[in-house]
Design a protein around this ligand. Structure first.
Ligand code: BG6
Ligand code: MG
Length: 215
C-alpha cells in the first residue's frame, strides 16, 4: 500500500475541543481586558499552551511576570478541564468513527499527533483511545507545530517512513508541520483559512478511506 498510517490531530479534528480552548482563553483574557477574536483564535490552533499565552499577551500589549504567566497558564487549564469534564462519545465529530473503522478495515495504522497535554484524558472520555496504535501528545514533544517533531515521532513510534503517512489537521500550524515532515496532509475546515494541504474537507463525512490512495 502507498500509505501505511494516518496521523490525526485531536482538537478540532476528532473532537470539537477547539471551542473549549477558545472559551477558556476568552475567560482568562478578561483579567487583562482582552477580547480574543475568532481570527486571532485561528492562530492559536495547533500551538502549545505556553505559546498561545505569549501570543495573547502580545496582542493585548500586556507585560506579565514569569510568575503571573505561570499562574495564568494553570488557570486557563483549570477552566479548560472544567469545560471538558462532561465530554463523552457524543462529542466525537461527525463521520470520524466510520472513517476510523474504514481505515482499520483497510489495514492502516492509526496514531495521534497533538500539541495538547490533555489529549489522553479526552481520548479516554470519548472512548477514542482504543483506535490508536501510538499517541504522541504535548507531553512527548519539545517543539510545537509547525515543527514536524510531533508527526515524525508518530511515524517513528509506528516504525514507518514519513512518506507513508497521511496527516489530518484543522490548524495551519499543523498543515505546515506535516509538510515540513514530508507527509501528505488533509485539512479539515475551510480553504479560505487553510493553505498548502493536499486536500481540504469540511468534515469526515466528505471522505472515504479509499480516496486516500489518490493523494
Ligand atoms: C492544540 C490546540 O491541540 O493543543 C491548542 O489546538 C492548544 O489550541 C494546544 O492550546 C495545547 O493544549 P493543552 O490541552 O495542553 O492546553
Ligand atoms: Mg487542532
Amino acid at each position: 500500500m502507498k500509505y501505511k498510517a494516518c496521523l490525526f490531530d485531536l482538537d478540532g479534528v476528532l473532537v470539537d475541543t477547539a471551542v473549549y480552548h477558545f472559551q477558556a482563553w476568552k475567560i482568562l483574557g478578561k483579567q487583562f481586558d482582552f477580547e480574543l477574536s475568532h481570527q486571532q483564535n485561528e492562530e492559536l490552533k495547533g500551538i502549545s499552551r505556553v505559546e498561545s499565552l505569549e501570543k495573547i499577551l502580545h496582542w493585548a500589549n500586556f507585560q506579565a511576570t514569569e510568575k503571573q504567566k505561570e499562574a495564568w497558564l494553570l488557570e486557563k487549564n483549570e477552566t479548560y478541564l472544567k469545560l471538558i469534564s462532561h465530554m463523552n462519545p457524543s462529542e466525537i465529530l461527525p463521520g470520524v468513527l466510520p472513517f476510523l473503522a474504514q481505515l482499520k478495515d483497510q489495514g492502516y495504522l492509526i496514531a495521534l499527533g497533538s500539541a495538547s497535554k490533555n489529549a489522553k484524558i479526552i481520548l479516554e472520555k470519548t472512548g477514542l483511545i482504543t483506535w490508536f496504535q501510538a499517541i504522541i501528545d504535548g507531553n512527548s514533544v519539545s517543539k510545537s507545530k509547525p515543527d514536524p517533531e510531533v508527526f515524525q515521532k508518530g511515524a517513528e513510534a509506528l516504525g514507518i517512513l514519513a512518506a507513508e503517512c497521511i496527516v489530518f489537521e484543522d490548524a495551519q500550524a499543523g498543515i505546515d508541520a506535516a509538510k515540513a515532515g514530508g507527509m501528505k496532509v488533509v485539512g479539515i475546515g475551510s480553504s479560505v483559512v487553510l493553505h498548502g494541504a493536499d486536500r481540504i474537507i469540511t468534515s469526515f463525512t466528505d471522505i472515504q478511506a479509499t480516496e486516500l490512495l489518490s493523494l
